[in-house]
Design a protein around this ligand. Structure first.
Ligand SMILES: C[S@@+](CC[C@H](N)C(=O)[O-])C[C@H]1O[C@@H](n2cnc3c(N)ncnc32)[C@H](O)[C@@H]1O
Length: 192
């Protein structure tokens, strides 16, 4: 499953990975995003393997252990209750299956860190104010985006959260100097 699938970009990558015998569910609370995802999907070779459903990460509409893998990309920063969302992802993955999170992170190279923090703290809010004045996009969306990224635990804290919630063999891979990161954890057999 791809939680917070948006218009399906990451869902289609998952469909490529599971191949012709696999199935992927893309889930998102936003009907407009889902409509666009379904439209795009109809033009891909994955159209019979992918299903898009409306729902929220904090209350996944599936029984326990339904999926081999539950993944999410660039979504957890928007979710109101991060721990609840991750617990739900763990609940619906089968024992032995994996939970994966790809998300913006904090660069650790000092120069990049400074540029990134200036970008989040100054450039994005400023651009947001300009866009608001020009009435481009929903009011305050860039300011919200910057704030939610600043509030998000960094990549190591996210890895620790995966472990605290009971996942085993948790790994964290940094991408592009730490601007993004992936955490992967395994739900062990006998998970409480
Ligand atoms: C930045 S987009 C990422 C979309 C997609 N994963 C991608 O990488 O292209 C974040 C998505 O999270 C969705 N979202 C917001 N709140 C959510 C929630 N509570 N549960 C699941 N998805 C949520 C939004 O509707 C949006 O489609």
């Amino acid at each position: 499953m791809d939680v917070g699938c948006g218009t399906g970009l990451f869902t289609f990558e998952l469909a490529r990975i599971v191949g012709s015998t696999g199935r992927v569910v893309g889930l998102d609370p936003c009907p407009e995003m889902l409509a666009r995802a379904r439209e795009k999907c109809a033009r891909t070779p994955f159209r019979d393997a992918v299903e898009f459903l409306e729902g929220t990460a904090v209350e996944l509409p599936f029984p326990d252990g339904s999926f081999d893998c539950v993944a999410t990309a660039f979504t957890l920063h928007t979710v109101p209750d991060l721990e609840k969302a991750l617990s739900e992802m763990i609940r619906v993955v089968r024992p032995g299956g994996r939970v994966v999170n790809l998300e913006s992170a904090r660069p650790r190279i000092p120069e990049l860190k400074q540029v990134y923090s200036f970008y989040l703290g100054r450039v994005m809010p400023f651009t947001g104010r300009v866009l608001r004045r020009l009435r481009v996009g929903p009011p305050g969306f860039l300011e919200y985006f910057a704030r939610s990224l600043q509030k998000l635990p960094d990549q190591q804290e996210m890895r620790d959260l995966f472990s605290r919630l009971g996942l085993a063999d948790v790994r964290c891979y940094e991408l592009d100097g730490g601007i993004a990161a992936v955490q992967v954890g395994v739900k062990e057999f006998g998970f409480p």
